[in-house]
Design a protein around this ligand. Structure first.
Ligand SMILES: [Zn+2]
Ligand SMILES: [Zn+2]
Length: 400
């Protein structure tokens, strides 16, 4: 039988799986997750933690003060579900139509509770503090930003020296394999809104109107040329126009043509540059045709960038506790985005993907995170509790 942290994590796994199933069956979306918050608070009750809850969102911040003085480390688990109707057929599947833990955040929450229990039992020997950050609203609401505004990073007094988050994957990684990389690991995701303003008229008399459609089409194509001609291929930009709307019928020139694009970047430099370049290009093409363009960039999440030293530390920890074969350095970032980025903009940290594809299913054809059929296996729970706990224990024990 396993001993030490691994044995303690294994001993907690059944209870944590039950908590996970309860959260999974009752998913909540967005910033206000009262039932999930209640389950977390109940599961933490009686532990030697300083627990506080959020104002702008139903967050839970729990601080464990170790018996010995030292640094502070932050561990984060997000708690929100997605507006998806579950089709997994699992016994603990969502009981709520239109809501599903399709990104595995139920596992993050439950595993973080497990780590809080395990580390609480070791409070006396702990050389420093641990902040457990239970966060609503990861899926587009920027809950991490709100928790930072409400003081999560200062919850233990001094700033944490490091912050870690785990994210389960239902596909691509087999159960038990972790992956991440130094530097950018997830993209920044911003939104470009363009309205080309013309002058409506008769389709047979375009010279008496100012047609916005050809100019808007030209801008869409020019934006694609821009990302290939003005950006380093090794610091790429992905720009996808996902909506394009203009007009009502064939013989009427409309007043306006509008489109919206998602813009993904992997460095702060490219992110800043694409904002300026896209606005300039759009306005000038419109102007070349005697039209005006309204252009607006709406900021989404910034690049999730792992600090090199914290990535190395997490990789080494996984190698030592599970074996080197259980970690793969990802060749590229993922083009999704993640609001843990706000935390590791301010505190050096690492975001680690953890394979949770059910055994016997090919990870390369398994349904992706966010799919109504995505299944995340309970087999990840013991490892998740152990990894969260070991990252905190070893980082607090480290000399710097
Ligand atoms: Zn997600
Ligand atoms: Zn997620």
């Amino acid at each position: 039988m396993a001993t030490g942290v691994q044995g303690e994590a294994a001993a907690l796994s059944e209870e944590i799986a039950e908590l996970r199933h309860a959260i999974h069956a009752e998913p909540e979306i967005g910033l206000d997750l009262p039932k999930t918050q209640y389950k977390v608070l109940a599961a933490l009750a009686g532990l030697p933690l300083e627990v506080s809850t959020g104002q702008a969102l139903s967050s839970v911040t729990a601080v464990l003060r170790g018996g010995k003085p030292g640094k502070t480390v932050l561990l984060r688990g997000d708690m929100d579900a997605l507006p998806v109707t579950e089709r997994t057929g699992l016994p603990y599947a969502s009981s709520i139509k239109g809501a599903m833990h399709a990104c595995g955040h139920d596992l993050h929450t439950a595993m973080l509770v497990g780590a809080a229990r395990l580390l609480s039992a070791r409070q006396a020997e702990l050389p420093g503090n641990v902040i457990f950050m239970f966060q609503p609203g990861e899926e587009g609401n920027g809950g991490a930003r709100l928790m930072i505004d409400e003081g999560v990073l200062d919850a233990a007094g001094g700033r944490p020296v490091a912050a870690y988050a785990l994210h389960v994957a239902s596909s691509l990684l087999p159960l038990g394999l972790s992956a991440s990389k130094a530097g950018a690991v997830m993209a920044a995701a911003d939104t470009l809104h363009v309205t080309v303003k013309g002058q409506g008229g008769h389709g047979a008399q375009p010279h008496h109107a100012a047609d916005p459609i050809p100019a808007a089409c030209e801008i869409v194509l020019a934006l694609q040329t821009m990302v290939t001609r003005r950006f380093d291929v090794f610091d790429p930009v992905v720009l996808t126009v996902g909506t394009f709307h203009a007009g009502t019928t064939d013989n009427v020139i409309p007043d306006n043509a509008a489109f919206v694009a998602t813009v993904r970047t992997f460095s702060a430099q490219s992110r800043d540059k694409v904002k300026d370049a896209a606005v300039e290009l759009t306005r000038q093409i419109a102007a070349a045709h005697g039209l005006e363009a309204e252009v607006e960039f709406v900021d989404g999440y910034p690049v999730t960038a792992n600090a090199e030293a914290e990535f190395d530390f997490a990789k080494q920890t996984i190698g030592e506790i599970f074996g080197d074969h259980r970690f793969v350095t990802a060749p590229n970032p993922l083009t999704g985005s993640e609001d843990f980025s706000y935390v590791i903009e301010q505190v050096p940290g690492a975001f680690i993907m953890v394979g949770a594809c059910p055994p016997g299913i090919d990870p390369f054809t398994a349904p992706y995170n966010h799919s109504a059929e995505a299944v995340f296996d309970d087999g990840v729970i013991t490892d998740g509790i152990e990894l969260f706990s070991e990252l905190a224990l070893r980082r607090l024990a480290a000399s710097s």
